[in-house]
Design a binder for this molecule. Structure first.
Ligand code: ATP
Ligand code: MG
Length: 457
């Protein structure tokens, strides 16, 4: 039984026939239940081969058929009486670059058979009908043929009209997709604009809040600075008078003790006031750096001298250590460095009951005519536990209440010291072990003349 069942025949005589062949291929593919993409592939292959036939033989015949010999196929044969295709294998393998039509057509179908000679060419294109499992019945074939017959009655005008309709449909679909795309783009833009606005509003709020906080903090610091400044003047008089009283000769021993206590307390109060004043000055950025020439060794020696009596009273040995390469003279803020060293030495004496305190200076680094000196104060005192070391440099920090009660103090000393060191461009830190002692060190960048180093001293 012949498995090939013809459906329609079209004669190829001009380019308009290729258009009709293409359309019919799609229409038949649709009637046979082919997918859109399979219809398009088959139609492209058929029109490619038909155009070749027209080009090389001027005429041809296209036959549409179904074939269910092995499995259900939609087939199209294109026959021409042209000169035949020489080197057909080269064409089919895509080796002829300027002429890839047959190669492309072959890749779009499931079976591609060629029969070519000098008498003409017959090409069969077959595409599997994937949605169909069984053979075609006679009534199905006649139904398809009837539908095709109706289509064949269409005039070329109808053909162009339906082609246009299809194009319009595709255009509409594209337009719809474009609108959807535009809409989602617009929504995304709206979203990002509203997000941007929200972020901007939040940023503004935060900036206002920060400005308010800064202003409030400045006002507070200003207030403390004014108050401590105002308090300092009468307090200096109290210290002066207490000093006069304590040194007057005609005091009974009891009165002398009272006067000494008064002097001691008023001195402490004045020192606290001075610290508070410096602290707020740094806070409001009013502290300036005054540079003068000074000798680092002399600076250390002067600080040590000031604590000599106090150390002797506690039977603590005070000594100096200076590295050989420390320059004889440097250029920097001597007053502030002295203040830092005094504050650290004062603490060392306060928190050491026996042993020694060492003040040392060495060169941390040098570059051209600038130098970084490292100064440290090492004691053999009560030490500080690791967990308490991090908060030491914050204002009003005491290691614990017991130590504070025993030794007294405002807890401003180290935080002020750190502010000074930072202002001078250096760093400060501590190495300490409970009951073994502490070393507080700081660095400070200074200027110095190279030849001022005194290696043998
Ligand atoms: N050399 C040290 N040895 C042991 N603990 C120390 C030493 N130096 C500082 N501390 C601890 O650090 C805390 C903070 O020191 P800081 O100098 O800031 O305050 P203070 O000495 O208590 O008070 P102030 O210096 O204002 O009179 C001290 O209370 C003490 O607990
Ligand atoms: Mg202190």
């Amino acid at each position: 039984m012949n498995a090939k069942k013809p459906l329609l025949t079209i004669r190829l005589e001009g380019e308009q026939d290729v258009i009709i062949v293409r359309r019919r291929t799609k229409q038949i593919g649709q009637l046979l239940g082919m997918s859109e993409s399979d219809q398009t592939k088959m139609a492209t292959a058929v029109s490619e081969v038909s155009r070749n036939a027209l080009q090389f033989a001027k005429k041809g015949t296209v036959v549409f058929f179904v074939d269910d010999a092995t499995k259900p196929f939609f087939g199209v044969s294109i026959e021409d009486k042209g000169p035949g295709i020489q080197d057909i294998t080269k064409f089919l393998e895509g080796k002829v670059n300027h002429c890839r039509g047959l190669f492309g057509a072959r890749r779009m179908v499931d079976r591609f058979d060629v029969d070519t000679s000098e008498n003409g060419t017959m090409i069969y294109l077959r595409k599997v009908l994937r949605s169909r499992a069984r053979s075609f019945t006679t009534s199905e074939i006649s139904e398809i043929s009837t539908s095709l017959g109706k289509l064949a009655q269409q005039t070329p005008f109808d053909e162009v009209y339906s082609q246009n309709q299809e194009l319009l449909r595709i255009l509409e679909e594209l337009q719809h997709k474009q609108e959807l795309l535009d809409e989602s783009l617009r929504r995304e833009q709206d979203l990002s604009v509203s997000l941007e606005n929200q972020v901007q509003a939040r940023t503004n709020e935060l900036l206002y809040a920060r400005d308010d906080a800064l202003q409030a903090n400045n006002l507070k610091s200003q207030f403390v600075a004014n108050i401590s400044h105002e308090l300092r003047t009468p307090l200096s008089s109290v210290v002066g008078l207490a000093e006069l009283l304590a040194t007057s000769l005609d005091l009974s021993p009891d009165d002398k003790e009272l006067a000494d206590n008064l002097l001691d307390s008023s001195k402490k109060l004045l020192e606290m006031m001075n610290n508070l004043l410096d602290f707020t000055r740094i806070d409001v950025g009013k502290m300036t750096i005054d540079k003068t020439q000074f000798s680092p060794r002399e600076l250390l020696a002067n600080v040590m001298t000031q604590f000599q009596d106090q150390a002797q009273r506690k039977s603590i040995m005070l000594f100096l250590e200076s590295a050989f390469d420390v320059p004889e003279y440097c250029y920097g803020d001597e007053k502030k460095i002295t203040h830092i060293l005094m504050s650290l030495t004062k603490n060392a004496l306060k928190f050491t009951n026996a042993g020694s305190i060492k003040l040392s200076v060495s060169v941390e680094s040098t570059k051209d005519d600038s130098i970084k000196l490292k100064m440290s104060v090492t004691d053999t005192g009560i030490g500080i536990a690791k967990q308490n070391q991090a908060s030491l440099f914050q204002p009003f920090a005491h290691v614990d209440g017991v130590t504070n009660k025993q030794f007294g103090g405002t807890g401003l000393g180290l935080s002020l010291t750190k502010s000074y060191v930072t202002l001078l461009g250096g760093e400060i830190n501590v190495l300490s072990e409970p009951n073994r002692g502490s070393t507080f060190w700081f660095t400070v960048p200074l200027q110095c003349e190279r030849n001022s180093a005194c290696p043998t001293k």
